[in-house]
Design a protein around this ligand. Structure first.
Ligand code: HEC
Length: 393
């Protein structure tokens, strides 16, 4: 809100008009906190269910769906969770929930009405109790085993395709460090139900000419369908299978596209490791379905391992250093396997952690002829977590 708006009488009136509502909010909030603290000393708060019913149900309802507005006394925001809705409740990582429960809604750019139960000074619930209440809140989604847990939503590697289905938009740029060209990609991912994911990738390709001038055009386009084929939430393992069609929409005559339709199929594996570490891998084959003589089929393998470090007791801004290996081999008697190593870092930008920046360098390592190092960056927006403009503080 800017200052001029602040001074206008209308805004002042509006602020006063909100007072009664704010009062009710504070009352509900204060009550729930004191209830939680009181409950701590008088009731036994051993199980997740007991904790939830004493400290959370006042707003989130005994059934996890959220109390009706008449009981709540406030109009819940679109983010107000219905824990029984698997599509919403399974997406968030336990760390995200833990941050919100420990430090309150604002810890992740949500409303202040969601109280903090585990601030460092004078916590209402212990870490152990918070873990228990999270586990209990997870049981409201009764099809839990079908839905990949939000803990699989690892930092996105620069090349390896994630197995987790999600709603996401990514703007990715790769720049050849020898100045010969660069490419922009707009990647849009849309999740359908528990296990399906659709992806579309539009490219813009740019190349420098020997004369020193630059040319650019729309590059190749790809569409992909991905589906979870194996899931074990307890073991933290999942595998997805995907098919991708690469359409030669780029100007191949000017070196800005491949000029051939290609079909790709791959498996993508995600493994949750202890302490916010992760391993992701992808292996598949790419081949032109028609006119086979035009281009040989290519096998590819990619793998990424990393760990996320977060500031502020593990709940704040997250930094995820990752190292990735990218290998490919064209099928043919004299073809060689090429390998790149890609050190990289992803960092969360928004308070809600739904906007992230990734950056790294792809370093040709084995059979490097004809390849140059590339600097790669992306800006990522986790669409499901809220509009781009929300959740910054
Ligand atoms: C005073 C009402 C109130 C109480 C009590 C309350 N919550 Fe909330 N909670 C909210 C509101 C409101 C939101 C949504 C915030 C928003 O929309 O910005 C929320 C959001 C959440 C979220 C969603 C975070 C996300 O990533 O989407 C979780 C998880 C949660 N609460 C868990 C709990 C647990 C567990 C307890 C009990 C220990 C609890 N809440 C107690 C009001 C409350």
């Amino acid at each position: 809100m800017n200052r001029i708006e602040h001074r206008s009488g209308w805004t002042q009136w509006r602020i006063w008009g909100y007072l009664p509502a704010a009062f009710v909010l504070v009352a509900v909030w204060a009550q729930s906190i004191s209830f939680a603290q009181q409950a701590q000393s008088t009731l036994k708060l051993d199980t997740g269910k007991e904790i939830f019913e004493a400290a959370c149900a006042g707003c989130h309802g005994m059934d996890g769906k959220g109390q009706p507005v008449s009981t709540l006394g406030f109009e819940p925001s679109p983010n107000f969770p219905d824990f029984t809705d698997c599509n919403g409740s399974t997406r968030e990582s336990s760390l995200q929930w833990s941050s919100v429960i420990h430090n309150g809604g604002p810890a992740r750019g949500f409303a202040e009405i969601m109280p903090s139960f585990g601030p460092r000074e004078n916590p209402a619930l212990t870490d152990e109790q918070i873990n228990k209440v999270i586990a209990y809140a997870r049981t409201f989604c009764t099809e839990d085993s079908k839905w990949p847990s939000g803990n699989f939503n690892f930092p996105r590697p620069l090349f390896t395709d994630k197995s987790f289905p999600e709603d996401e938009a990514v703007l990715l740029t790769s720049v050849n460090t020898d100045g010969s060209g660069f490419e922009n990609q707009l990647i849009y991912e849309k999740r359908f139900g528990a296990v399906s994911n659709f992806e579309m990738r539009i490219r813009g390709a740019f190349r420098s000419l020997p004369t020193g001038s630059w040319i650019g055009s729309v590059g190749d386009t790809s569409v992909e369908y991905k589906r979870t084929v194996f899931l074990n939430n307890k073991a933290g393992s999942m595998v997805a299978w995907a098919t991708e069609v690469l359409l030669p929409t780029g100007d191949s005559k000017r070196g800005l596209g491949s000029g051939i339709t290609k079909l790709e199929t791959f498996l993508s594996y995600g493994q949750i490791l202890p302490k916010q570490s992760y391993f992701q891998a992808q292996a598949g084959i790419e081949a032109p379905p028609f006119r086979r003589h035009q281009a040989p089929a290519e096998l590819f393998v990619r793998a990424a391992a990393g760990k996320s470090f977060a500031q502020n007791r593990g709940f704040g801004r997250a930094w995820a250093p990752t190292v990735e290996f990218v290998g490919a081999r064209e099928l043919g008697p004299r073809e060689k396997t090429i390998w790149d190593i890609v050190p990289q870092l992803q960092v969360t930008l928004s308070q809600r952690q739904h906007v992230r920046l990734g950056m790294g360098v792809s370093l040709p390592t084995i059979n490097t002829t004809g390849r140059t190092a590339q600097a790669v960056f992306y800006l990522l927006w986790d669409i499901f977590d809220g509009p781009l403009t929300q959740g910054w503080r």
